[in-house]
Write a protein that binds this ligand. Structure first.
Ligand SMILES: Nc1nc2c(ncn2[C@@H]2O[C@H](COP(=O)(O)OP(=O)(O)OP(=O)(O)O)[C@@H](O)[C@H]2O)c(=O)[nH]1
Ligand SMILES: [Mg+2]
Length: 222
């Protein structure tokens, strides 16, 4: 993807797709747009390499998460990783764009299907968490009750931040701890942008770069 961006925006083209191997560490790229320079840090997605991602969190101004929309077998793993990124406190206020790559392929999922896949994954995790809590309340959750402390584990996403407080006071206290961080996450989900691209053919790439350009500019003004 980054090599395609370089090819489309820079006088010197990026590497052609057939020459690109898996990214080990980082691949850097820079493009110049009116009154802005965008610097890209393409970080390898392999399991062992993901541990370097957080080292970049303090420095970046936006996050682009590229998913292989053809690789349905790895979507669950993909969503687990994406969810961590989505909920990283240091990234919480940054523009976040999800790109469904390989739209040129007949087997790729569309943007709508990718969105639905993530929603479905969230729903199933949410149901699983609820089931676990009902069948075996952990010592932690008992201790947390009433302390008003935000939990560090991901919380079910179905709560909306403006849901009225329930009649049951005990439940309300428990739920309150979830809303502390759940509200920000819900807002993030509601505003999550997903775009389809093809790093090989270049479709959607300009839209994605424009999105970044506008979002980074707007964030600067704030
Ligand atoms: N059809 C199609 N294949 C693509 C596209 N983008 C990448 N590929 C292929 O997918 C494979 C992986 O591509 P990479 O660009 O190395 O993927 P990556 O996400 O950067 O992988 P890491 O560097 O390991 O994180 C290669 O065989 C690419 O040729 C695309 O838009 N369409
Ligand atoms: Mg790569």
């Amino acid at each position: 993807m980054l090599e395609k961006i370089k090819t489309m925006y820079n006088p010197t083209p990026g590497m052609p797709p057939e020459k690109i191997g898996p990214t080990v560490g980082q691949n850097i790229g820079k493009i110049t747009l009116p009154s802005t320079e965008l610097r890209f840090y393409d970080l390898g997605g392999q399991r062992d390499i993901r541990s370097i991602w957080p080292k970049y969190y303090d420095e970046c101004h936006a996050v682009v998460f590229v998913v292989d929309a053809c690789d349905q077998a790895r979507l669950t793993e993909n969503w687990e990783v994406f969810d961590e990124v989505l909920n990283s406190p240091r990234l919480l206020n940054l523009p976040l764009l999800l790109l469904a790559n390989k739209q040129d392929s007949p087997t790729s999922l569309s943007v709508a299907e990718i969105r639905e896949s993530f929603d479905a994954w969230q729903r199933s995790r949410s149901n699983r968490d609820n089931d676990e809590e009902i069948s075996a309340p952990s010592q932690d959750s008992k201790q947390d009750k009433g302390k008003g402390k935000a939990k560090e584990v991901p919380q079910p996403q179905e709560q909306t931040s403006n849901e009225p407080i329930g009649q049951n006071a005990e439940r309300a206290v428990e739920e309150d701890t979830k809303w502390d961080d759940g509200g920000a996450k819900d807002e993030r989900m509601a505003s999550l942008d997903v775009m389809g691209v093809s790093a090989v053919e270049g479709t959607g790439v300009r839209d994605a770069v424009n999105w970044l350009y506008i979002r980074v500019q707007n964030a600067r003004k704030m």
